[in-house]
Design a protein around this ligand. Structure first.
Ligand code: PMT
Length: 221
């Protein structure tokens, strides 16, 4: 049994991909399976937290005693996140949120046209940056950084620009870790330090992440 380091705390986690509709039958998405986010939810529950899991479309069973909120688009994930974040002690953005959506969604199936076709995209809201920018009831805010190159520098940039308390940087150019794999390896960065977490299952690495968060939360008081 784990020591209930997060007893009495509410942890809200986003997981999986988002889907940005082009028309009633097509969408833009990515390869996130939700495994990392669902593992984090199980780890938070094991440490005694009340856990909210906001999930994009995934094929995973809801971890027991976790409150699951299903969404599709980045905008829907944003709205659910903003509602739950203000009542959370910790917010972890593990979802692979689409940075852009189609500027217009067609009501009917788009017909085959000429040899080329252009789809205009518009920026989605940045969920983790919106949570971190809360003036009242701001939770301890943890982001992820999925990078294929220059991992540490891009991750540190996101930590600073999005005003996060911690960021979990994974190298998604390596297909044995990151998207849709069973394992992961990462470096955690926070304003004053960093910690490397070696290659292990997403479940094991999630326990280390949640324990690190719990100790940072305890140190803040
Ligand atoms: O789901 P799995 O198959 O298990 O794979 C896990 C994972 C690789 C998806 C996960 O470990 C991971 O890295 N998640 C973050 C993916 C991502 O979108 O990273 P990013 O570097 O593009 O985004 C940085 C941070 O901003 C993330 O916390 C992201 O959730 C957040 N973000 C991004 C865009 C946006 N519009 N809103 C956001 O909140």
């Amino acid at each position: 049994e784990d020591t209930p380091l997060l007893a009495g705390k509410t942890v809200t986690i986003t997981a999986g991909p988002t889907r940005e509709a082009l028309d009633p039958v097509r969408f833009i998405s990515n390869h996130s399976s939700g495994k990392m986010g669902f593992s984090l939810a199980r780890a938070a529950k094991a440490l005694g937290a009340n856990v909210n899991l906001i999930s994009g479309p995934v094929n995973l069973t809801t971890p027991s005693e976790v409150n699951r909120f299903d969404v599709e688009s980045a905008q829907q994930m944003h709205d659910a996140a903003m509602e739950l974040a203000v009542n959370s002690d910790v917010f972890i953005g593990c979802a692979a949120v689409a940075d852009y959506k189609a500027t217009t969604t067609a009501n009917n199936k788009i017909k085959k046209q000429g040899d080329t076709m252009t789809i205009e995209l518009s920026k989605n809201p940045d969920i983790i940056a919106s949570v971190a920018a809360l003036k009242a009831n701001r939770p301890f805010t943890v982001g992820f950084a999925a990078e294929t190159n220059d991992v540490a520098n891009y991750a540190k940039g996101k930590l600073k620009n999005k005003n996060l308390d911690m960021i979990c940087a994974n190298d998604v150019s390596d297909s044995s870790i990151g998207f849709n794999s069973e394992n992961n390896a990462m470096t955690l960065f926070w304003p004053e330090g960093e910690r490397h977490l070696s290659l292990q299952s997403k479940q094991q690495i999630s326990h280390l992440i949640l324990k690190e968060i719990a100790s940072k939360l305890a140190a803040k008081k």
